[in-house]
Design a protein. Structure first.
Length: 236
């Protein structure tokens, strides 16, 4: 699904997972210039920092029409932030539901921090749009993934920076099966194959191969990804 690219520049929050890979393709189909930013916050699934480079290379190699739009990649070290929460995302503890009813993988304030750093970088790089893979439809229940939260962050950043930044969340109201379908629409089989082969979603950093991609198959991220994949394949 190739669209007419605008003259604008977008910065994609890019972890190298299924969702951010789909968002990167979405942005490349729409914007004349696209850069990416990743965050090293001491995550247990550190392998995503390698996976994100493989996905970027694959995008450029498999989609020549996007290669000329794909600009620089930026990696921001915020390990000090990751150490504050000591959640199951950054510490070797069990993944379970906490006293607030949230999964222990929830990193408080993570999207607030990510978007703040990304907004500052976008200002310097001349990008008027941030693109993130946040979703409130088929997710692990993180409160900072809701569009209401993103709207509040967007308003605060624009007020604080005297800016006119837009935060796009193309997956916000999609179920995981619909995210797979969007990838198919954007880049056909080659994009779906790239996501299956190179992207990383598993919270435990496991790279065991499955029909739906690579991961442990048991953590919340793997379960959502696998369920969505099979629903998409079944046409549900």
């Amino acid at each position: 699904m190739e669209t007419q690219a605008t003259k604008g520049k977008a910065l994609v929050l890019f972890s190298g997972g299924q969702d951010s890979a789909t968002c990167l393709a979405w942005a490349l189909a729409r914007y004349a210039e696209v850069e990416t930013v990743g965050f090293d916050y001491g995550q247990r699934h550190q392998i995503e920092m390698t996976a994100r480079q493989a996905v970027r290379r694959g995008m450029a190699e498999r989609f020549p029409q996007w290669a000329e739009r794909l600009g620089e990649d930026h990696v921001i070290d915020i390990r000090s932030f990751g150490r504050i929460g000591e959640t199951a995302m950054t510490t070797d503890v069990a993944i379970e539901t906490n006293a607030k009813g949230l999964p222990s993988t929830f990193v408080p304030g993570r999207n607030v921090v990510f978007l703040t750093y990304a907004a500052a970088l976008a200002e310097r790089r001349g990008a008027g749009v941030l693109v993130g893979g946040m979703c409130e439809t088929d997710y692990s229940g993180y409160p900072d993934c809701r569009r209401e939260a993103i709207d509040a962050i967007e308003a605060a950043l624009n007020l604080a920076m005297a800016a006119d930044l837009v935060i796009e969340t193309p997956l916000m109201h999609l179920a995981k099966a619909e995210t797979w379908a969007l990838a198919q629409d954007l880049g056909g089989g080659p994009l779906v194959d790239l996501i299956l082969e190179e992207s990383h979603t598993c919270y435990l950093g496991d790279r065991t191969a499955h029909p739906w991609g690579k991961g442990c198959g048991a953590c919340p991220a793997c379960e959502l990804r696998a369920k969505g994949f099979f629903q998409w394949r079944a046409g549900l």
